[in-house]
Write a protein that binds this ligand. Structure first.
Ligand code: ATP
Length: 368
């Protein structure tokens, strides 16, 4: 078990900055997911925590001890590159033993560890079998066993599910999370897949262009994005981001658009340059004549619900409609925004602005 703290971590490759002044507390026993688009610095951050890359400046503390320039072996944390890299010509037991052999453990200790891991993963009956003959799910569990048998202080995983097809990914997400709930070993997991992040994480760390933009629980990331980038990156369909024409006035809490007004009774913030954020599922479609007038451009069916693309005085936006409320292309409708779920961003700084609803949530740290 370990608490990992990174302090003002900075990594330059020649004149390119891959990680910029990042500070973060990765709490003991938590499942932390580094999430962001390709090239945002996730892997570089992970490799610095592992000791495979040294920072240009900044510090890494493992349980309070400065490990910034220690070798990987001296850190007692396991980097899992490819969760599913098993040796197919060897048996299950030999695959599990492999990571332990170099550690100089006694035969009794190796047997004990393998017995424990096999029990946790329910693979005792497979120990005598060969990898080649195993069914897919059993194979994945053996692979997981190989990762956990070393009992490191923390796991670092770089897109370990990346090569799996969608169905297997879902199964393995559940397996990984169940395993974590049982072992409670601090885990740092890198992915660019927001579904994976949402289903696995206690804490999601959203990165972009080498910077940490928000570190928060899944609820905080989804409902109170720290900035426009996080708002647009998390959630499909994405949050509607609607520039206000005249801002929100302090007094009456009315958001004014070019041709429409939306009452936002709980919002106190005042801004002349604001962007209103509203998730598609927080907009109701009403009969024409009620709410804000809108017209349906097109709609997509997802089996359990519809997503309608709409033109309105607020701008072009998307709304989710229930399965039985089929939106019709070209139809005039009305929009009701769930005013208690709206968020406001400053158009200049792109950061979340305070509102009464956001004050109920302690926003995740931006830079530690
Ligand atoms: P991906 O999911 O594509 O791996 P990532 O968020 O993990 O993205 P990194 O691998 O950390 O991103 O890379 C961040 C940036 O640093 C990229 O632009 C990459 O090209 C650059 N970079 C990484 N390693 C090196 C290196 N050894 N030398 C030069 N540039 C590097």
């Amino acid at each position: 078990m370990a608490e990992i703290r990174i302090k003002n971590l900075h990594k330059r490759f020649a004149d390119f900055t891959a990680v910029r002044d990042s500070s973060l507390l990765l709490e003991d026993g938590k499942f932390i997911v580094l999430l962001g688009p390709s090239g945002c610095g996730k892997t570089t951050t992970l490799r610095m925590i592992a000791g495979l890359e040294y920072p240009t400046s900044g510090q890494i503390l493992l349980d309070g001890e400065d490990v910034t320039f220690l070798r990987p072996r001296q850190r007692d944390i396991a980097m899992v590159f490819q969760l599913f890299a098993l040796y197919p010509h060897m048996g299950v037991r030999a695959n599990l033993e492999f990571p332990l052999r170099n550690e100089g453990l006694s035969r009794t200790e190796i047997d004990r560890r393998i017995r424990d891991v096999a029990g946790i993963l329910r693979i005792e009956h497979l120990l005598g079998q060969r990898i080649g003959g195993l069914a897919g799910g059993d194979r994945q569990r053996v692979a997981l066993g190989r990762a956990i048998v070393r009992q490191p202080k923390a796991f670092l995983m770089d897109e370990p599910l990346g090569t799996l097809d969608a169905e297997f990914r879902e199964v393995m997400c559940v397996e990984l999370r169940k395993l974590h709930d049982r072992l409670k070993t601090t885990t740092v997991f890198v992915t660019h897949d927001q579904n994976e992040a949402m289903s696995l994480a206690d804490t999601i760390v959203v990165m972009n262009k080498g910077e940490i933009l928000q570190a928060d629980d899944t609820d905080g990331i989804y409902n109170f994005p720290s900035c426009l980038f996080v708002a647009g990156f998390i959630g499909r369909p994405a949050m509607n981001l609607l520039p206000l024409a005249f801002g929100v006035t302090d007094g009456d809490g009315t958001a004014r658009f070019q041709d429409a007004e939306v009452a936002i009774p709980t919002m106190r913030a005042s801004a002349s340059h604001a962007v209103l954020g509203v998730r598609p599922e927080h907009i109701d479609l009403l009969p024409a004549g009620q709410g804000v007038p809108a017209r349906i451009n097109y709609c997509e069916y997802f089996g359990s619900h519809w997503v309608a693309d709409l033109e309105s005085p607020l701008g072009t936006l998307k709304a989710v409609a229930p399965k039985d409320q089929r939106p019709v292309q070209g139809e005039a409708v009305g929009l009701r925004l769930h005013t208690e779920r709206l968020v406001l961003f400053d158009r200049k700084t792109e950061l979340l602005m305070a509102s009464d609803s956001t004050l109920q949530h302690q926003p995740g740290m931006r830079h530690g």
